[in-house]
Design a protein around this ligand. Sequence first.
Ligand code: PLP
Length: 395
Amino acid sequence: MNRVEKKERAYIQEVLNGQFSSASTYQMVTRLEQTFADKFQVKHAIAMVNGTATLHMALEAAGVEPGDEVICPPLTMSSTSIAVLQANAVPVFADVDKDTFLITAEHIEKVITKKTKAIITVSLYGLAPQMKEIMEIAEKNQITVVEDNAECYGAYQECKLVGTFGHMASYSFQSSKHLTAGEGGIVITDNDELADRLRRYSGLGYAGISGKKGRITKDDIQSPDYERHVVLGWNYRMADLCAAVALGQTERMEELVEARCKAAACYEEQAAACEWLHPQLVKDGNIHSYWTYVLRLDIEKVGWHEFRRKYLELGGDGIYAAWRLSYQEPMFRNKFFLNREKLGLYDSYDYNSVHCENAEFLQPRLLQFKTNYYNLEDAERQADILRKTIAYYGK
Ligand SMILES: Cc1ncc(COP(=O)(O)O)c(C=O)c1O
């Protein structure tokens, strides 16, 4: 199997054959949205330029206002909290669990205030946090939940597809993700009003578009009386060429996810016997989708850089570290928010004094192994190098 197959090429050719005429424009996006919605058994899927824009739009659709607080984990790729800033809201960080590495209802509850408008849960590395508990707290406090599933396609919790717990769920088609079109993103929801707003705000605030209608008709647009913009919007629309690849990938979702899960199983077999490596805990009722395979290293036994150096020396393909915690990034520490910091919204927040104990413990210890091998032998080779690295230091 290859990551990109005939299907994607054929759909690209179809777009090109359409000569970008107004009749053909947006057709591929519409097909992608329909297919994606069917896959996740939801009413709406709205495609956008990337998985950061989708989060930004989800927050706007949720009615997040300037100065509202949005809770998110700090152990994630920073787009999660960057989107909060883009919506002129305040990121509030809730700690993660030491074993699952995921945001929890308990930590969320500790930071809820009257200003909390939304929660962005992150299905980190392909595993979803305990969504039922989070939804209960959210409902009790009337807070909108957005699942950031950029790293999580085809995972399950309590026999339910991850992405169908929150009010909205956001996906990325960036090049490292399970499904890719180089760049791209999509939001799903069952709520008609949210879908209308997602579409309108990501489509320049056009009047004639809605959750189910991505394009304005010729009759609308060719009238001199037509008032286009009913509200402020962004142009975050996905291009048809991108949708062509994303459509092929969505149709192949199961096999693309399965390849990563098989690769993860190879690493797991080796890591299981080692006392100083601890896999991300998968709680009962969860099926992980393994965007990557992540281990916590006892750095008191072997240093992080030392481990990585040995793994590479033995022929390993590379190990990634966890991102710096979002609030530790210079942007947050210095509050360089493109002058939004001068609006008074952030005066009572000092990100230098934020401490999420578990996330700070985990961040320097995580070893992230690649799982995007479409040929099982390649994954087995990497897992064998993991075995040799473990043997070098002694189990
Ligand atoms: C958890 C998470 N959220 C959001 C994003 C942003 O997606 P994109 O790169 O498509 O903007 C990514 C990855 O890039 C991610 O890993």
